[in-house]
Design a protein around this ligand. Sequence first.
Ligand SMILES: Cc1cc2nc3c(=O)[nH]c(=O)nc-3n(C[C@H](O)[C@H](O)[C@H](O)COP(=O)(O)O)c2cc1C
Length: 173
Amino acid sequence: MSDDSVNVRPQAGPDKPAFLGAMRHFVGSVSVITVGQGDELSGLVVTSAISLSADPPLVLVCVNRNSSSWPLLERHGVFGVNALAAHHQPVAERFSGFGGAKGAARYDGAAWVTATTGAQLLADAPVALDCTVEEMIDRATHSIVIGRVQAIRAAQPQDGLIYWHGAYRGLRA
Ligand SMILES: Cc1cc2nc3c(=O)[nH]c(=O)nc-3n(C[C@H](O)[C@H](O)[C@H](O)COP(=O)(O)O)c2cc1C
């Protein structure tokens, strides 16, 4: 079994371009996952953050094990899930690595607050979740990260940010 196929049985199916082409039709909600503490910060934009259960309050997000965020998730065990508003597209772009921003530089240009766990939360996010890592399950190239929501930081309702057919789009409230 190769490194790229952890716990995944090889089987026939669509090739990668066909799969990626199919996934473009799914409407993705855009979130920023913040990871690390102190000077050791990174994070990534994701469309894979969703609710897992309400009781207990759990979320899950799929994180590429080759990303700069993955080792920080393992080491610090806390993360923030920040829903993005339409006006946060530049934040989303920085956290995708677009323009070359890396590590703590991805936090430039926006205001952040430090949550109880130490996770960084976007000050004016529609909502942000302060999470501890409950479990990381390796599958193929990614880890399925299960987070326990320790606190919820709510701001005001705003237009949403979605990703669809390869582009960001604002969603009217
Ligand atoms: C709209 C969008 C959604 C993304 N969703 C995910 C995701 O769910 N999981 C993931 O690991 N990477 C996702 N990515 C890619 C990461 O944001 C990107 O690879 C990461 O920020 C760069 O990793 P680095 O920190 O190693 O530079 C997404 C990118 C975009 C533009």
